[in-house]
Design a protein around this ligand. Sequence first.
Ligand SMILES: [Zn+2]
Ligand SMILES: [Zn+2]
Length: 541
Amino acid sequence: MQGQVPRLSKVNLFTLLLSLWMEVFPSRKHAENTKQPQNVAIVYYRSFFAFITLPSCFLQQVKKTGLVVVGNMKIIGLHCSSSELHAGQIAVIKHGSRLKDCDLYFSRKPCSACLKMIVNAGVNRISYWPSDPEMSLQEEISADSVNGDARLDAKAVERLKSNSRAHVCVLLQPLTCYMVQFVEETSLKCDFVQKIARKEPAFPISTFYEYRQERIKEYETLFLISSEDMHKHILRIIGLENLCENPYFISLRQNMKELVLILATVASSVPRYSDFGFYLSKTSSESGPSLTQEIAWHCIIQARLLAYRTEDHKIGVGAVIWAERQSVNCDGTGPMYFLGCGYNAFPVGSEYADFPHMDDKQKDREIRKFRYIVHAEQNAITFRYNEIKPDENSMIFVTKCPCDECVPLIKGSGIKQIYAGDVDIGKKKADISYMKFAELKGVSKYVVSVEGNESVTLAYQGRHIGEMAATRSLIKTFYTHAFSSYSSFFISRLFLFFYKSNSFSFYVQLCLHERYSCKNFSSSDIFITALKKMLVLMNPK
Ligand SMILES: [Zn+2]
Ligand SMILES: [Zn+2]
């Protein structure tokens, strides 16, 4: 390590980013809305949902906060505030006295209600992101509020801090110089971007940068305070006056900006481009309840963030295990709860020189690393915090295709779904083989793809007019929800098609390919009536 300035360690850096990331966990309200149509609605109404993923408490005094709990060097909890409880309170409910000696990473400085409980539990260290605190001072100052609650709370927090054993601090130091570039390169190379680029040659790299630009804007609004004066004002109130003087203030803002840039870059490594999403792989025979695209996307990016903690020189892999409980809970993560996570690393407690670090380019097979590295999935399963319950829907998110060593482990552990990269599927790469993933039965596999593998034939009085690509679940939903909002959405898609093709007065015969035959189509009459009505509306003559 060169230079005088101490660097933020890789482990702390990505744990800190994970806490910011947890703050944007898709909110419950939104998850419930999209539960029924599963994959469908989310794809098409993306812009709408992008809007409501902003914390609902944005204009209120208590801001949504993300939290990572680290015990014994392992992540044992990923939380965020719910509409009823703060992140710190949720951690106390979940972990109780096991919080003793843990390190907590908050995306905002916790309020006094949270802090007194976590200090009481005997935590070791509380680090937080030095922006607007949980009890928003920014709102109070800009609203010129006279009640001063946030200021009083900040004072109480300072008093709690100075009288507690726990170390309350800001973990923010300059990044190693190549970090931003490294994250950018690895994000572009990661399975998800690669998969889209392969399937859609029209996906240019510039799309990645445009997408990232949007994310940067979104996260800067959330995690940075645009006005320097306001930021200084808040820092003074929360006991960080030492950071208000230059050059410290300038470098603090610069560091925060860089970290937001890294977060936005990692979030762009799974771009929500066109109709791409996580859909059941064609080699999957199972179909259980699937997550909304928003949640799947959020969890896979958690895994991407973890991948950067790798001990492998070449390839970082991250894995996170979540489960969905039957009953609704107090969590900000809704029915989802964290089971465990990991990244590829040498066995715990080993020193750098203990094992070979060579890869397959080394001819001597004995000194290659692959027999010694514990894979991300293996670490996640080993150090899981909760049991994998057979009656609950559990899922693992992995940034690369699970290898032949891991596939039976995942299945054997009782995990029901795998969300993963699949660029290496069916390949044998020197020391590691990826043959078993494709054949795996009994676990649902979700990979990045477009769900449009069936089409609807449109005919006018028996004459073929055209075809429209329809997604499988869109058709399925249309069948099951005879005339719900989804089918009206489907109709609107059809409608757009007719509108473009200028054929307005006709009746429609729906022929659905493969599994769905026309005869089973019970609601076709309603459909046609509705379509006619809509035709009249759109074309009054
Ligand atoms: Zn709180
Ligand atoms: Zn593996």
